[in-house]
Design a protein around this ligand. Structure first.
Ligand code: WT7
Length: 659
């Protein structure tokens, strides 16, 4: 584990800019400062109140929190409800059926406006179609779709039936999809012929075919949305077109009441070992915290706001802050299929002006990319509708924070830097707009109802001004209930580092005011463009190539993506690599990783070396490789088995490459 207190702290400590909320904002804010004291006085009672207030229950709960089987929590366990009913039907029943739920913007410029009444019909049809394909309560459905309305319909249709969904990001490879289908034993896979990416159709169905060709006995049907009209290959009996089963299905469907602890979804995320973890979330607690945080952190006014979270539904942000949080709150939101630079670099700002977006939630990497493109681009669009700006996925550096505030937020919209994880299910640490005086670069304070701390190696809370490890000290409603099929791994990963404390895997520090600053991962997990990648998983992908004998991967600082993947490989002497020019070897290996895992895992550089730095016990010293990758003086190498290795690496480095 690396030292979270090393380096970088001086810069953070010298940050003394402060942005108090404006009087106008305070006057209309949803959140008030007394929430903290109320929640602190009785945390479970506070959450029970939110659950009753924000969620519609079929059977009201009496029990709030059962922590007797820690670390597996049970929240509101004797209550029953349906997530899709909460996200859709109840708004229609309350006379809000005409409100727009989704403004869909396709990359090619096609649009679709979907009201809550439309959504109810679409989700019901999809639920009936899934049921006709054999999906029942408790069955798992894998979803491998672009960000199109059908993705939202399918997630909610699963929730309606009580069939946990497992969304797999459309950018992941056939291999990654295969392992996720197997682990969850999915009965049906929902996909599309393709989606639009950077101005061209990009295929999805072939990856599903390839994944299923590897063997997936649980899968009975593949439901295919026509999006791009690309040719697809077809397996009779297994594959069905969306237009053949969903379009003609009845638009009446009764949501299935499930217990509060019924699994709502599984979402895979990278850990420190090669095998991704199936994080699973249940229904009542998750929805409660999703709705509560969405309402208070973004100050949502459902009647007037137009909300836009730019995340894909393949990530937890898309689950909680595109699908469940906003829809449970009856919000109007934008969803956009494509990239920010298609067909031009002003596309996002054009969308904001077009729909009058008032709340924007995005990632630091996107903000830094826009900074690089230049502020004259957003300046061409009317962004004056924006009133709250959110950031998520990685620490936001103060320069990017200031740019976001000034250029996008017109120097007035409060910024909420929200820390959370796939595992936490919903936002945990964030300023509250209208309450918190914000500081560029800091996520600052645990939300009301959330208990977090920064501790040292011995689990002692560190004093203000010191660094350590971020932990969560009390159970929270949206917490993961485990790792699908592997509860031991759940305990080992999150609950063994410190007794009775949830270990998040992040380094953090408390400043003199006690505000929390996140410092990045302290384990072998990288964060590239706000996406979590495992060093071990990429190393496994590299050594699966016949040319590679050994590989070590590190995350190196990158101006735009936060971190970038840099791989060090030792080639096998006997393999084809020796006859191949160095730059072709590197290109081949970079593409191999993209193919095995997905383009987001493609190394920025592959460096061919003769040796890797190892301790006497054989552990690769990634810290030294990171020094090389970040062009620093190599640090203390005295624990190396062979101390000349670093000299060899430094001398023999090939030219860096990147595209
Ligand atoms: C990891 C979780 C939560 C949705 C997106 C990522 C990092 C996340 C912040 C933030 C500093 C952050 C942490 C965390 N992270 N938000 N505001 N400031 N770091 O979800 O893939 O589960 O990754 O992202 O390192 O552990 P994820």
């Amino acid at each position: 584990m690396s030292d979270p207190t090393a380096g970088g702290l001086e810069n953070l400590l010298s940050e003394d800019r402060r942005f108090p909320p404006s009087a106008e904002f305070v006057a209309q804010a949803n959140a008030t400062a007394d929430l903290y004291a109320w929640a602190n006085a009785d945390r479970p009672a506070f959450w029970a109140e939110q659950a009753r207030e924000l969620i519609s229950w079929s059977t009201p709960f009496e029990q709030t929190l059962d922590w007797s089987q820690a670390p597996v929590a049970r929240w509101f366990a004797d209550g029953t409800l349906n997530a899709a009913y909460n996200a859709v039907d109840r708004h229609v029943e309350a006379g809000r059926g005409d409100r727009v739920a989704l403004h869909f913007e396709g990359e090619a410029g096609d649009t679709r406006t979907i009201t809550y009444a439309d959504l109810q019909r679409e989700v019901s049809k999809t639920a009936n179609a899934l049921a006709s394909l054999g999906v029942g309560t408790g069955d798992r459905v894998a979803i491998y779709l672009p960000l199109i309305p059908e993705a939202v319909f399918t997630m909610l249709a699963c929730a309606r039936i009580g069939a946990p969904h497992s969304v797999v990001f459309g950018g992941f490879s056939a291999e990654a999809l295969h392992s996720r289908i197997l682990d969850a034993e999915a009965k049906v896979v929902v996909t599309a012929d393709g989606g639009f990416r950077r101005g061209a159709p990009s295929a999805l169905k072939p990856a599903v075919d390839e994944a299923l060709d590897k063997g997936a006995p649980s899968v009975q049907h593949v439901l295919v949305v026509q999006r791009t009209q690309q040719e697809v290959s077809w397996t009779e009996g297994r594959d069905v077109w969306w237009s053949d089963v969903v379009d003609p299905a009845s638009d009446q469907h009764t949501p299935v009441d499930v217990e509060a602890e019924h699994p709502l979804f599984i979402l895979y995320t990278s850990g420190t070992t090669g095998k991704p973890k199936g994080i699973f979330h249940t229904t009542g607690g998750y929805l409660t915290q999703a709705a509560y945080t969405h309402l208070n952190v973004f100050d949502l006014k459902p009647e007037t706001d137009v909300y836009w979270c730019t995340a894909d539904i393949g990530w937890i942000t898309g689950h909680t802050y595109v699908v469940y949080g906003p829809l449970v709150n009856g919000a109007t939101q934008v969803i956009y299929e494509g990239t920010p630079d298609t067909p031009h670099r002003g596309r996002w700002w054009e969308i904001i002006a077009k729909y009058g977006v008032t709340i924007l939630y995005t990632a630091p990497t996107a903000i830094r990319t826009c900074m690089k493109w230049g502020e004259e681009i957003p300046a061409q669009f009317d962004l004056s509708s924006l009133r709250v700006l959110g950031s998520v996925g990685e620490p936001i550096n103060p320069e990017a924070w200031m740019w976001y505030r000034r250029v996008i937020g017109g120097d007035k919209a409060p910024i909420v830097d929200t820390w959370w994880q796939t595992e936490t299910g919903a936002i945990m640490i964030s300023p509250l707009p209208g309450v918190t005086e914000t500081k560029p670069g800091s996520a600052q304070v645990p939300l009301p109802g959330v208990a977090a701390d920064v501790v040292d190696d011995e689990a002692h809370s560190v004093p203000n001004g010191s660094g350590g490890y971020l932990v969560l000290t009390e159970p929270w409603p949206a917490m993961l209930r485990g790792i699908w099929g592997d509860q031991q791994r759940y305990k080992d990963t999150y609950w063994s580092r410190f007794q009775n404390l949830y270990f998040a895997g992040d380094g953090a520090k408390k400043d003199d005011d006690g505000d929390i600053w996140l410092l990045g991962r302290v384990d072998d997990v990288m964060n590239v463009s706000g996406h979590r990648l495992s060093t071990t998983e990429i190393e496994s992908a590299l050594v699966s190539h016949p040319w590679v004998a050994e590989a070590a991967v590190v995350g190196a600082n990158d101006e735009t993506t936060g971190q970038a993947v840099v791989a060090f490989v030792i080639l096998r002497g006997d393999a084809g690599a020796s006859q191949t020019p160095a730059d072709e070897v590197q290109a081949e290996l970079r593409n191999h990783v993209a193919k095995e895992i997905g383009p987001i895992a493609k190394p920025r550089q592959v460096l061919v070396v003769q040796e890797l730095p190892k301790t006497r016990s054989g552990k690769i010293m990634r810290r030294l490789l990171r020094d090389v990758a970040e062009h620093r003086q190599v640090g203390d190498a005295t624990t190396l088995a062979d101390s000349s290795v670093m000299d060899l690496i430094a001398q023999g480095l090939s030219t860096p490459q990147s595209d």
